[in-house]
Design a protein around this ligand. Sequence first.
Ligand code: NAI
Ligand code: MG
Length: 365
Amino acid sequence: MSSAHRIAVIAGDGIGTEVMPEGLRVLEAAATRFGIGLQFDHFDFSSCDYYERHGKMLPDDWKEQIGGHDAIYFGAVGWPDKVPDHVSLWGSLLMFRREFDQYVNVRPARLMPGVRAPVVRRDGSPREPGEIDMVIVRENTEGEYSSIGGRMYAGTEREIVVQETVMSRVGVDRVLRHAFEVARSRPKKHLTSATKSNGIAITMPYWDERVEAMAKEYPDVKVDKFHIDILTAHFVQRPDFFDVVVGSNLFGDILSDLGPACTGTIGIAPSANLNPTRQHPSLFEPVHGSAPDIAGQGIANPIGQIWCGAMMLEFLGHQAAHDAIMRAIEECLAPGSDAPRTRDLGGQASTSDLGKAIAARVQAG
Ligand code: NAI
Ligand code: MG
């Protein structure tokens, strides 16, 4: 067995605490089958319970506690009845993204077997599994989400608010390079860039310019670009056209919700916040939040948590284990499979019924 990867496990709030055990169950099954050493260290911070006890989301030494780990496996954070969402999110997850320089957010959006896509073909017929298969790559550290700006003459008729978009060459190039590499690794080798250089006439032409410059280094990748407005329409009308889609922080944020939404239930969508230099740990989490409306009932779909666990193993160099987990998920979702289905998939199964079924398939191979 190779020396163990140290994984910081943070379940967080609500269904985060219910799907996390299933994610760990499946990771354990993969680790056993493929001889991978995984050491799980559990942390109770980055949750609203922790906030209630300590008056903050994180301990002062959180960076020392988890900064030396190989990855962070994260559930979901947020419980708006206890703590306002901007406090819980900015005080935890967004701190990890920034302080650990997780500059790429990756979200695959793939139509899985046994899941009905809400977007249909032009002729009204349903889309087939695999017909939608894209990866959305979002810039995660700068762009429109900057803290540069301010308010003047507050509360008067002269009130002024300004918030600047920040694009650095380093910041733009590193996310583009990552996106081009992902595109190069996939059969279609097709990269789409989200822009709005007609309206946002300084930063977005710069973004386009950097895409063009980078494209010269990747002659094998087919590149196109769309303005964000028509791009969102294309996501709905012809999602099968897309392969890898790269966008700034704001555009990537919108597209990375829209993409998975086009492929069915939010319960299965995964996400990775990567620091590709591996200087700091990367963070793997489902797309969904803590789902207070269904929390405590044991009915949440654990697949988003399990799928991002597979992405974590892939990032740590265990491609075969990743592939085995993905196969197990697809087998369980497939129509005609005897695997239990959670309510969002039209069944009655519990979170752990589905988690156990996937783990058993991973173990059996
Ligand atoms: P949400 O993703 O928690 O829930 C949206 C809807 O999807 C709900 O109806 C929920 O029941 C359903 N849903 C979500 N995950 C599911 C699953 N695994 N299986 C079955 N159904 C599922 O988003 P919402 O309600 O906007 O946010 C709730 C809390 O979560 C807030 O505090 C919010 O800030 C936080 N949040 C945290 C995120 C994170 O930790 N990365 C991401 C999104 C929201
Ligand atoms: Mg979002």
